[in-house]
Design a protein around this ligand. Sequence first.
Ligand code: BF8
Ligand code: SF4
Length: 634
Amino acid sequence: AEFEKRTVDPAAAEMLTAAGEAQILTSWDRYKAQQPQCKFGLTGICCRICIQGPCRIIPSRPGQDKGICGASAYTIVARNLVRYIAGGASAHSDHGREIAYTLLHTAEGHAKDYKITDGKKLIQVAEKIGVATEGRDEIEIAKDVAVKALEDFGKYDHEPCTWLNATIDEERRLKFKHTNIAPTAIDRAIAQLLHQTHIGTDADPVNIIFGGLKAALADYTGMSLATDLTDVLFGTPQPVLTEANLGVLDAEKVNVAVHGHNPLLSQMVVYAARELEKEAVAAGAKGINLVGICCTGNEVLMREGIPTASNFGSQELVIMTGALDAMIMDVQCISPGVKDLCNCFHTMLITTSNISKVPGSVHIEFNETTAMEDAKKIVKLAIAQYGKRRPERVKIPQLKKQVVGGFSYEALIDLFAKINPDSPISVLTDAIAAGEIKGVCAFAGCNNQKTIHDHATITIAKELAKKDVFLVSTGCAAGALAKAGLLSTEGVEAFAGPGLKKFIKRLEEHSGLNAGLPLVYHMGSCVDNSRVARLWSNMAKNMNIPVPQLPFVASAPEAMSEKSISIGSWVITMGIPCHVGVMPPLEGSELVHGVTTKIARDVFGGYFIFETDPEKAAEKLYERIEKRGWKLRV
Ligand code: BF8
Ligand code: SF4
């Protein structure tokens, strides 16, 4: 019963009990040990930007109502907030840059293990960004597309980034121009934001926030090109049947987890594991069982149907099963605490990126020029590790749910086209106009120890489904929904309201798939929130309204990372209300809080809704959907 307060995932609860009995500490214990957390930090009024600090603001105390340099609470809160965006945009866009380099090197023949898998997508992307396609072969086009992508990082003209400009409508183009927040180069927007928030540069909180929004749109740019080019290299996801939760581990096979974000690695591991199946059998196993954790797990779930073992919050507990032979990590959201768990079991932690190492783990540098060789080396280590597994310590919770995933924007459109081939998106927008479904909510983001693991995400999704809201998801939110069975037809039966059920069943009848359609549509990893943006922009276009009038909302019920803050920030900038279920550190300034929740609404139409109670959050989100939908129907 105690663990009910920690997680609503029964498999995670089982493993937490086991960890408790074995006196193995996890992030749950460390969260507790951190209490109480510092109020100055929690409300954003601790400044450590220069080494005169830390300066902590007490508004009521003369002299301490400002930092040593004279910075007010609003300056400090704004600076701290936008520096998260700089961090998030760096992570997402650097990921995008690696994909772009690999596409370039593939076209130049230096990355021989990669190829252009989706030529159709390549042509579409080329046309979108103005690269000539007529009479040219794929390699030439791919090279130009990759160069254009790389230019978005550092071009020196004053035009907005190509991937941004090509994917927004005229109304937003003008809005971003008038507010001067369209980035001209991704790296510049991030570097400029760090400059802007250096001691003694910008003290104006509103100006600082607008600088933050420019970096957030740089984040969007990097994500959009990452999704596009990954689809070109590995294929655009199509509906796929798989499973989620710890029950996907197989006691009789070599269990290998890919963890992190970069599909350049995880996709190669998928290929390598297929080739090395026989070696696993020679080692006494029944084969290789590849599972995913976090977003790289989402990447290979979407394209290859690789099952999900866990999301961010329960990553350590995959090792707690005693059945994981190797955890292969690349970058982002890998808790260093996994190494402590590995030390208690036979699990080998393998790092692969030169910017992402963990002391005591095995490092196999992964290079695009030797990708397959590297991936095989890694998988072979996992196979060798299998022999060290201690069967008496294996305890796999027999819990898993079916997942129907793979809903890229294209896959959703294909699904709609079965009903209306002339205007597929109308299938969705007509249903909204008719009131059959009320609108769309996109779930994104993480797990956060400040919330009960998976609880808010699942609760809000169920509430909105009941009220006939069409649901899509990405990232670790999708992981939470997957483990709860909401990415399967089981979810439709249990939770869809009458209108939503009718809508999904109508799609299902025409789908031609050999599985029922899910309640929530998995659109991919966190960078794939670009797919979600594509969905709302094409819905708005089809309905002939600007995005801020669309009954479309977003929710990050368990936001945690800097990346989730940068995503949320571009989401509101695009005109979408965005709920966040964890209070970010900005209560130390009424002004900054007001800008993100109110002023943003006047300027962009999108704004943050901070609400830590999931039931209330669902009500607030629904109210926004209703209001926008109602305006459309009168
Ligand atoms: O990019 S949802 S915990 S894994 S940040 Fe991280 Fe958050 Fe998960 Fe993916 Ni996204
Ligand atoms: Fe203090 Fe100003 Fe330095 Fe921040 S920048 S630590 S408020 S002196």
